[in-house]
Design a protein. Structure first.
Length: 362
């Protein structure tokens, strides 16, 4: 599998990496087999987290004999020095290693959380102290809001950034990747196979937010079979200016599909370039969530994002189903005017909500 430079870390990482979230669902023996098989197929970047069940223990156990040939990235979800120090010690023990390649601040999704994590008593200080002590090599940050992550990256404190990116979730291309490139920060892409929208938990939302689906429109976009869809979705992300795309893998077959996509990738075909082209206008919702909370409990970003899927991506039937799953529809808007001044992109939110509801219920 081809390797790419992970920004200023100068680490060479496989273009497809292993996301460890789901192996916590497997028994230890099976999880170890899955992780080892990924390594055997050329995957050398393994991402896990203190909060991902026993994922750290399983990855650490599986990679013990090849530790120096791997890049292991884990995370602390704590925001203070004291709490994150405990996280770090636990991660070292669970991963069965004497050092961590990349320690990441986990889930930094708003300016307040970012400021807390970066202040004098914040978790960033623990990461820096661990680096000075030789217990960690590099410091990264993760989150779902590209505009927040761009501010973090601009600080010069972070070597890597983990952000959602997929064929219809493209905010990072506009708001984060140029900043990361200027700072020579390595970009790791997640959520390549699922849509992420404010206040919706991807794995619990019904109907499914997965791009791997029997929906006819998604088959037209990505391919007829699940294997083809995974391959296409990963290929789109690999075609962007990222170092590695991580996929949450939990079986031998899933590992083989993802590894093959990475091994075979030589750029998008002309047909793929045409299929994946989306004409986004400036007046689209970037899912920053600053318009929330809505007094009427409307999930404004979800409504506007689903409408964008229909209008810009041509996924009209799927988007309508997604909208139908929202508990509060856009017609409950009372025109209170609270949301609009909060939008950093100056969107005419009330008009857009009205238009979305009309289109989805026509």
């Amino acid at each position: 599998m081809d390797k790419r430079r992970l920004g200023r870390t100068n680490l060479q990482v496989s273009v497809v990496g292993f996301g460890g979230t789901w192996i916590s669902e497997l028994c230890t023996d099976e999880a170890v087999k899955v992780v080892k098989h990924a390594f055997d197929l050329g995957v050398n970047y393994f991402d896990t987290a203190r909060l991902d069940g026993d994922s750290e223990e399983k990855i650490g156990g599986a990679l013990q004999t090849v530790r120096e040939q791997c890049v292991i990235a884990t995370k602390t979800g704590s925001r203070t020095k004291k709490e994150s120090l405990n996280d770090f010690r636990c991660s070292l023990k669970r991963l069965k290693t004497d050092h961590i390649d990349i320690i990441q601040l986990h889930g930094i999704d708003d300016d307040i959380t970012l400021a807390k994590a970066m202040d004098a008593e914040g978790s960033l200080q623990t990461c820096k102290e661990a680096r000075r002590a030789g217990l960690v090599d590099f410091i990264g940050i993760t989150g779902h809001k590209p505009q927040v992550l761009a501010k973090a990256v601009s600080s010069g404190e972070f070597d890597t950034v983990l952000v959602p990116l997929n064929v219809i979730t493209r905010q990072a291309l506009e708001e984060l990747l140029p900043v990361a490139k200027a700072q020579d920060v390595g970009v790791v892409a997640m959520k390549s196979l699922t849509v992420k929208t404010s206040n919706l938990i991807t794995c619990l939302y019904q109907p499914s937010l997965s791009l791997i689906s029997d929906e006819p429109e998604l088959k037209m976009l990505l391919g007829e079979t699940a294997d083809e869809q995974v391959n296409s979705a990963l290929r789109y992300v690999m075609s962007q200016d990222v170092s590695v795309v991580i996929a949450g893998l939990r079986s031998i077959s899933e590992v083989e599909i993802a590894a093959k996509a990475g091994a075979d990738f030589r750029g998008l075909t002309s047909l793929e370039q045409k299929r994946f082209k989306i004409n986004l206008k400036d007046e689209y919702c970037r899912d920053c969530g600053q318009c929330l909370p809505c007094p009427e409990k409307i999930n404004i970003p979800a409504v506007l994002r689903f409408h964008m899927f229909a209008t810009a991506c041509g996924l009209k039937t799927w988007a309508k189903k997604l909208y139908s799953g929202l508990e509060v529809k856009a017609d409950k808007c009372s025109n209170c005017g609270i949301c609009q001044p909060k939008c950093p992109y100056n969107l005419l939110i009330e008009e857009k909500l009205k238009k979305a509801h009309i289109d989805f219920t026509a």
